[in-house]
Design a protein around this ligand. Structure first.
Ligand code: NAG
Length: 345
């Protein structure tokens, strides 16, 4: 929301100065990003695709200047998310013949399903550290850590197992190394003295970029390992492709340049994964370079206020957002590099 206002305000400032861009750009503001973007971003993307538009890159929200998320890392760093986790909403269901509770079967649908979801909760999906942008980011951050972490992170060929274990200890870094499993709904039972005919549970998985919907479903079935339980996929999508972050990646390099100019105190710009979802997934046909970065500082203590109680942004942080967008548009214009070759849609 603040980013949307900042974009519009930056445009207004550019217009006041009679700014005429050399490199064309689109501003795409959907109204329903929080509820999947099917009437906003999806429609905008479909229209652009119908017009045969190809984009050099896209910048969206979804990552921040991270301050205090990684233990022992003194300074904040900028994480530009080059991928985004996938998701599955999976409903498990057990059906049973209803009966009177005075002569119950050995297990009821509630007992069967409760045991199954408990197994899912107790058996985390595998740690995928090393299979995404995170490893690259930690290598870039290595020198920002005090001894001995700097040595450990500079030598991931040796210390990868240790680092991947350490990442699991905190619930935010844990979400970066694996597909997460969250039991979110459980419904069963009709009456105090009736054997429940149906029990249903819903599980929300957020899929690591190195896995797919099919792989996670297979793992979940193996963990549940009970034929009496039906699997219903309510909706699902794979993780987004990993966008390039090398020297030739125009969007990434322009973001890096603007971050270094607007936040001179930040030494490191590193690629990462967005653990939530953004409108970006509707735009994958338009470009291979999708970068998620919101130019504000995020601390762990303010993380829980996102979509929570007392969500807020300081006036100064908002002004910096405006300044960032204002500079970014002009930096994109000043860059003489041609738009990278794109394949036909
Ligand atoms: C991308 O293009 C393919 C082929 O035209 C289409 O089936 C798909 O729905 C498009 N995806 C998105 C996210 O627009």
């Amino acid at each position: 929301m603040s980013l949307m206002c900042a974009i519009l305000q930056a445009l207004e400032l550019l217009l006041i100065r009679n700014y005429i861009p050399q490199r064309s750009f689109f501003i795409a503001l959907g109204h329903d990003e929080e509820v999947s973007g099917v009437n906003g971003a999806q429609k905008i993307s479909a229209l652009l695709q119908a017009r045969g538009i190809q984009l050099a890159f896209i910048v969206d929200e979804g990552s921040f200047l991270l301050d205090g998320f990684i233990p022992n890392l003194q300074k904040p760093f900028a994480m530009v998310a080059v991928s985004e986790k996938g998701a599955i909403n999976l409903m498990l269901q057990v059906n049973m013949t209803p009966g009177h509770s005075s002569a119950p079967p050995k297990e009821t649908s509630i007992g069967i399903l409760a045991a199954a979801v408990s197994r899912l909760e107790q058996t985390p999906m595998p740690n995928m550290f090393g299979g995404g942008p995170l490893k690259m980011a930690l290598q870039q951050l290595a020198n920002e850590f005090p001894f001995p972490a700097n040595i450990v992170l500079s030598n991931l060929w040796l210390f990868q197992p240790l680092v991947s274990r350490l990442m699991e200890r905190n619930y935010i870094t844990n979400a970066l190394v694996r597909t997460t499993t969250a039991l979110t709904m459980f419904n069963a039972g009709v009456k105090v003295n009736v054997i429940p005919p149906v029990a249903q549970a819903t599980i929300n998985f957020r899929i690591h970029p190195a896995q797919t919907v099919q792989e996670v479903l297979k793992l979940a079935k193996d963990i549940v390992a009970d034929d009496r339980i039906q699997f219903h996929v309510l909706n699902a999508f794979d993780p987004l492709p990993v966008s390039p972050s090398d020297d030739q990646a125009l969007g990434y390099q322009l973001l890096r340049q603007t971050i270094q100019s607007v936040f001179p105190e930040v030494n490191i710009v590193a690629p990462g994964t967005c653990i939530g979802n953004t409108d970006s997934r509707h735009y994958t046909n338009l470009t291979t370079g999708i970068y998620r970065f919101n130019p504000i500082y995020l601390q762990p203590q303010s993380f829980s206020s996102i979509h929570g109680i007392n969500e807020k942004i300081s006036v100064q942080a908002y002004e910096t957002q405006v300044k960032f967008i204002f500079e970014f548009i002009q930096n994109a214009d000043a860059d003489p590099r041609p738009v990278p070759h794109l394949h036909e849609l």
